[in-house]
Design a protein around this ligand. Sequence first.
Ligand SMILES: [Fe+2]
Length: 237
Amino acid sequence: MTVSVLEEVRSRIFDKRYEWSRIDRAKALSSPAALDLLREACLIESYLPVYTSKMTELFWDDLEATEVYTIEAFEAYTHYYTLRRYLDIVGYRPISDEEIVRLRSRERSVRYTDQIRELVNFMATEQFAASFFEDLIDAVKEPVLQAMLARFAGEEVRHSELACHLLRRRVERDPDIADRIVEMASKVRHVGSYVLPHVSPAKDDNVKTLIEFSRRIEGLTGRSLTSALLAARREAP
Ligand SMILES: [Fe+2]
């Protein structure tokens, strides 16, 4: 079979990035629970490049924001591609094109209209993803996968910082935006939950990640997220 130009480009991007030929199948398959989590992460990453195209429309006139979402789109694509190829190589529940198309179809007609909501969810999602990949490094035993996860975690930290930067810019321009950020942070959603019924943490206890998120919101807005959550609970009927 001839190699398509797309396959050639993929190969140029990915073949030297990781030591694919050194993947230890037996070691990989000895952590099925971790592979299930990575499969879920791969599905979420497959959605992000199309989600970011919707964000490009929402942030059309904001060059920094469209740049940030373009970086996210490309690096999320690399995470998706890497994980999918990894699952194929080790032969663990390979992902099909149909599964990805089905996943995307849920969001096809959704239009996003709230920049602050999306930036807060983006910042949280990326921070959650960084902890997720970091936590999995200890849970897997296969060294090639550990190298992949370390790279992903570093990239997710930067994506979250980029989202934070865009929010900070907005607060500088209009300090009243801080209230909206706290409000959205109190209803925060993982972007993966836009297309999946459930998003799993890598560890049962993700309190550390939540505390860190709350601290970052406080640093950004000067307001306490915990107090906002408690007030919302008091007001709830
Ligand atoms: Fe990301």
